[in-house]
Structures are given as C-alpha cells and as structure tokens.
Design a protein. Structure first.
Length: 245
C-alpha cells in the first residue's frame, strides 16, 4: 500500500515521511513482529529510497542484541542510514516493559538544513526537543536544527494535545515542525484522527489533514527560519542545560 502511494508521487520530492511503526501499526508484541536491521522492512526502505532518489523515514520495531527498539530509520538514496531509538516510552500503555529506550538524538543534515527526528510520545517532553543555546565563548553558533519531524500513532482522544504540542515545539524552537500521524481504527479498536500537520516557526499551521488518508507535498523555505530568528532572537535568551540519563 505504501509502495503504491510512493510510486504515485509526481512532484519533486526530497524527504518522504511515514508514521510510527508504519509496517505493523503500534503494537506491544515486538517478540512477534520485530525485525532485524537486515530484515524485510529496512531492505524495502533501502530499495524504495534508491529507486525514487528520496530520503525515506519512519519507525519500525527492531530487535537487536536481544532487545527491542521503536526505531526511526533515516534512509538515504545511497543506502547509508541513521537511526533514532525512541527516547520516551509510553509507560501509560506499558511500552517501557516491552521496548528499550534510546539515549541519543539524531540530527540529520540535508542541503544546509538541520533536521531533528523524534517518535510520538517524545513530543510531550520539551527539554528533549529544546534548542541548546550557544555555550559560553561560542556566541556565533546558532540553533541545533531548523526542522523537527515527529512520526506518531497518536490516538484521536488526545488529538488536542497532539496539535498543541506540535505548535509549542515550533514556537519555542523557532523551527518548522512536521508531525505525521496514522489515521483510522487499529486492531485494538483505537481510533486515530490523523491530524498530520506542518507548522511554521511562528506557530502558524501550513497544512493539516484530519480523518482521512492523504499524500501531501510541501516545499519548506529556509528563509522563513532565518527571518524569524533574526527578527525575534528569543533562542539566544534560553536557559542552558545538560541532559543526563
């Protein structure tokens, strides 16, 4: 299904984003559904990325060294890839008893853009997403990233939090935010509104789709990020901090 949708894209495309656990839907049964990094799904991502000459990203269940991870794959057309293991596991649904959490951010670089990658529940934790201010003596260094991508299986009954938090992350980090969420009803009778959204650095919604599938292409303008940060250099006044495990 995803392959058919991807092959139907006619617009120029550089990054294509799929939801959290796009190949299975969200599940607490990684012992049944998890794959290795050389398994069918990552192999498929590698092939599609090469054929379409796109960066393809989304999260899947991965088994590695006897542990299970909710892992976002950042696949490049040349077969190289980066990974981000979901940092904040959804204890409300016992995700932490089935998966191991990650402890490293993934900030990718694409044509002068810095892109921070997150998975679903990470969105509720602003410190993990917060742009770090320049350390003392490094006043010339700018913010860490220009675009935050969050892939999710975020239920309809918490959709107000989804939109509110996406907008908050854009405003406080003065960056574009792209949140990609699933839609429909899953095997556990949980409803998903979708609400996939693109937000600009001032918190304005550029695109949003609720309650139906959609394939949407948008070209982000780097000048919007630069202009917002120059006009309103709030990031320079941010509190310094260190994240420890």
């Amino acid at each position: 299904m995803f392959q058919d949708k991807i092959e139907s894209i006619k617009e120029k495309t550089e990054i294509l984003i799929l939801p959290e656990m796009f190949n299975t839907g969200f599940s607490m049964k990684p012992e049944i559904f998890a794959e290795k990094m050389d398994g069918e799904t990552v192999t498929w991502m590698k092939r599609i990325s090469a054929e379409k000459k796109i960066i393809l990203t989304g999260s899947v269940m991965i088994e590695e060294d006897g542990k299970y991870f909710n892992r976002l794959i950042w696949m490049l057309p040349n077969g190289d890839f980066g990974v981000y293991d979901k940092r904040h596991l959804f204890a409300y649904a016992d995700e932490h008893t089935h998966y191991s959490s990650g402890n490293k951010k993934l900030i990718a670089s694409v044509k002068g853009w810095k892109i921070s990658l997150q998975v679903c529940y990470d969105l509720r934790f602003p410190v993990w997403a917060r742009q770090s201010p320049p350390p003392l003596g490094e006043a010339g260094r700018g913010p860490e990233y220009d675009l935050l991508i969050n892939v999710a299986n975020w239920p309809e009954k918490r959709s107000i939090a989804w939109e509110t938090l996406l907008r908050a992350r854009a405003i406080e980090n003065q960056c574009f935010v792209a949140g990609v969420n699933r839609v429909g009803e899953d095997g556990n009778k949980i409803d998903y509104k979708g609400g996939s959204t693109i937000i600009d650095p001032l918190g304005e919604i550029i695109y949003q789709k609720n309650n139906e599938e959609d394939l949407f292409t948008y070209t982000l303008q780097k000048e919007k990020v630069t202009d917002t940060r120059n006009r309103f250099p709030f990031w320079k006044d941010a509190d310094d901090f260190i994240i420890t495990d």
